[in-house]
Design a protein around this ligand. Structure first.
Ligand SMILES: Nc1ncnc2c1ncn2[C@@H]1O[C@H](COP(=O)(O)OP(=O)(O)OP(=O)(O)O)[C@@H](O)[C@H]1O
Ligand SMILES: [Mg+2]
Length: 336
């Protein structure tokens, strides 16, 4: 629960920090993050590579603990918990979906989905029943006996979503869930998320893609381990930070000629399948994407955040121009 009395706060962080000491250098992966996420919110986290998005997701998902700061998850102060309690909370409250699916290759879809229930000590019969139900939710009832290599990419991700949901978690965390999928399969996965959200699921999703973020309600952007801006998705769209990729080509002759304005996905990760060609956006930013004369994200402030937008975190008052401008050369490391 939050200090300002929002009973429905699902996540509150205060000055959350994560530092990695690398020899003589300290990496401030999170440099004081204050966020609040309400029950049944659907939030996107965006930001350049290395800005701390996965680190923040790992903290929120109790996969790792912060160096300092407070984190209250569903009313519980997570930073005070023992490792055992942390593991229990993680199992019960969190469903995690990864870019690379992270399924057991030799296990069937059903068995992959059963796994969290095994850790939770659920009996075999209940496990199978719940896993089958979760697979039905993602419309894979007819693929339960398939192993991951007998499934399409989108189906694999749906198995991963079923696995994330099988414990009925308070929060679904998804770190670039469509990063390895072509755009039509990405839409399918986003449709699944929409349905889950309509049914009350709280969702936090990291994405590099504007049209994926546009499916959420609110966008939080990270830069250098800090919250740079928070805005409602309506405001985000209204600012013209993205061009709707779904728009028919001939709709508006003044529109950008670039069909894919979103940042190029990272293609450097080893051992990951190459993204489909349709996701290989041109790395050069479309000139029309720059919404304001401000040439740099940290340049002069733009308009203030309108009232309907989420309040900015302390010290992050101004909306950004385009901090996600496509990186010319994606760095080689993906953090994890
Ligand atoms: N285990 C680790 N040890 C040392 N440094 C790390 C570790 N994990 C992450 N970092 C560093 O912390 C910073 C944030 O990494 P993180 O993976 O959170 O970035 P990200 O925003 O998810 O980037 P991407 O968009 O590429 O996935 C990076 O500079 C990264 O190199
Ligand atoms: Mg990441």
């Amino acid at each position: 629960m939050s200090e300002n009395g929002h009973m429905e706060s699902m996540i509150v962080t205060r000055d959350l920090r994560k530092e990695y000491v690398m020899g003589t250098e300290t990496v401030h992966a999170l440099a004081g993050v204050d966020i609040e996420i309400l029950r049944n919110e659907y939030v996107s986290i965006m930001g350049p590579s290395g800005s701390g998005k996965s680190t923040l997701m790992n903290m929120i998902g109790c996969l790792d603990s912060p160096t300092s700061g407070e984190y209250v998850l569903n009313g519980q102060a997570v930073q005070d918990l023992s490792d055992d309690n942390l593991a229990r909370i993680r199992n019960r409250e969190i469903g995690f979906v990864f870019q690379t699916f992270n399924l057991l290759p030799r296990a069937t879809a059903l068995h992959n989905v059963e796994l969290p229930l095994i850790y939770a000590g659920v009996s075999s019969r209940d496990r199978q029943q719940k896993a089958a139900q979760a697979l039905e939710i993602v419309q894979l009832a007819d693929r339960m006996d398939h192993k991951p290599n007998e499934l399409s990419g989108g189906q694999r991700q749906r198995v991963a979503i079923a696995r994330a949901l099988v414990n009925d978690p308070s929060i679904l965390l998804a770190d670039e869930p469509t990063g390895n999928l072509d755009s039509s399969t990405s839409e399918e996965i986003m449709d699944v998320f929409d349905t889950l959200h309509e049914n009350g699921q709280t969702i936090i999703m990291v994405t590099h893609e504007y049209d994926i973020a546009a499916r959420s309600q609110r966008v939080i952007t990270l830069v250098d381990g800090k919250v740079e801006a928070q805005m409602s998705v309506d405001y985000y769209l209204a600012r013209g930070l993205q061009q709707p990729t779904a728009a028919p080509a001939a709709a508006d002759p003044s529109a950008s000629p670039e069909p894919e304005p979103e940042p190029a996905p990272e293609t450097s990760a080893e051992a990951e399948p190459a993204p489909a060609p349709s996701l290989e956006a041109d790395a050069a930013p479309a000139p029309t994407l720059e919404p304001a004369p401000a040439p740099h994200p940290t340049a002069a402030p733009l308009d203030p955040v309108p009232p309907e937008a989420a309040p900015p975190a302390p010290g992050t008052r101004r909306p950004i121009s385009n901090p996600w401008a496509p990186p010319p050369t994606p760095p080689a490391d993906r953090g994890r």
